[in-house]
Write a protein that binds this ligand. Structure first.
Ligand code: ATP
Length: 348
């Protein structure tokens, strides 16, 4: 797939406290949904605003199909960039009807055709029956879809989505997310989503850049960043994980508190490892030495699965199993890895 958006060494500081966006590099490919994921304050929105043209870059550049839109020397006005936006608060014009909101930006189309086209886009986003309503007569999910219709109506090559689902309740958020993903895919549009919600990024995006303190720590598919995190931050930010130290000797196996364990690479020396709770399972002890036998200290029943908290050699481990209750707090257990552990860079 060809690259559509290319962000190179993009850097922005607001004051002398240092850059809030610190030399980030990534590409969004054609037809790709890409997420910038990170905690509050890590610089996601500022990155989006630089790409949209609402902030000036100190260093680096933003280009679409090789044309530079933003750099210290170049600044194309936001409305000329061919980019659509959906903001967190939807920002619909309150005094305009739904159809007028969508038709508003269609300045390239002759006036008499704007409403016909706006109606078509509203039907595509499931809002065809609400054209004459005013935004304040719509639910959060409906406003969200109108905002999306307005953003995609001028057929931008790229749509920027800044936490667009955060005002919706959990159930509506999940269904709206699925709908929006399918609308974008059908329209063949690329999208760049900003979110602090790892579940949202994992389920919505084709690839994710995980951001921390202005820098990108890892870029990969949801499976890559979740199961093969490169750093401690990525391992912990993407969900619950088990971190533990091991003395690697250069082979693919190490001796750990969990017994002999395979690693994802041949490292040497003291290393920090991560393994997801669902990649561990529990068994009843069967003659293992005492240092390999742990104790269940708590159990979280979550409907479709169970998380056991297990103490082993003064360390706590989390183990996800299916929802059959087999062990009780106080039971002696042996933790068995089902997959290799991942070595984290620079962590100890
Ligand atoms: P959130 O998820 O909370 O929206 P974020 O990752 O999107 O966070 P940004 O909004 O990009 O983070 O903010 C990054 C940092 O830059 C924050 O410390 C913020 O206070 C600071 N910042 C953002 N805009 C400005 C501004 N106009 N002037 C000064 N500081 C700013």
């Amino acid at each position: 797939m060809k690259n559509l958006l290319t962000v190179t060494n993009l850097t922005k500081a607001f004051d002398e406290t240092g850059p809030v966006v610190d030399g980030i590099n990534f590409e969004v490919r054609e037809d790709e949904i890409f997420a910038l994921l990170g905690p509050s304050g890590c610089g996601k929105t500022t990155s989006l605003r630089l790409i949209a043209g609402f902030e000036r870059a100190d260093r680096g550049s933003v280009a679409i199909e090789g044309k530079v839109l933003e750099s210290p020397e170049d600044h194309m006005a936001p409305q000329e960039r061919g980019i659509g936006f959906v903001f967190q608060d939807y920002a619909l014009f309150p005094h305009l009807s739904v159809i007028e909101n969508v038709a508003f930006g269609l300045t390239d189309i002759p006036k008499h055709k704007r409403n016909v086209y706006a109606e078509e886009v509203l039907c595509r986003t499931g809002m065809g029956d609400y054209q004459q309503r005013s935004p304040n007569e719509l639910s959060g999910g409906q406003q969200q879809r109108v905002a999306l219709a307005r953003a995609i109506a001028p057929k931008p090559k790229l749509v920027l989505l800044d936490e667009p689902f955060s005002n919706l309740d959990a159930l509506l958020r999940e269904t709206t997310r699925k709908e929006v993903r399918s609308i974008l895919k059908k329209a063949g549009m690329s999208a760049l989503l900003v979110t602090h919600d790892q579940e949202e990024a994992l389920s919505f995006a084709d690839r994710i850049a995980v951001m921390n303190e202005g820098k990108i720590e890892q870029i990969g598919t949801p499976e890559e960043v979740y199961y093969h995190p490169k750093t401690k931050f990525v391992a912990q930010f993407l969900g619950r994980t088990n971190l533990f130290h091991a003395d690697a000797t250069g082979g693919s196996e190490v001796s750990t508190s969990l017994g002999l364990m395979s690693l994802n690479c041949n490292a040497c020396g003291k290393v920090l490892c991560s393994i997801r709770p669902e990649h561990l399972t529990l068994e009843e002890p069967a003659g293992q030495p005492p240092e390999e036998v742990g104790t269940v200290v708590a159990r979280e029943f979550k409907g479709h699965d169970i998380t056991y908290h297990v103490e082993l050699n003064d360390e706590k481990y989390l183990v996800h199993t299916d929802n059959r209750i087999i062990f009780e707090p106080g039971d002696a257990v042996v933790i068995k890895p089902l997959e290799s552990a991942v070595i984290l860079e620079g962590g100890n």
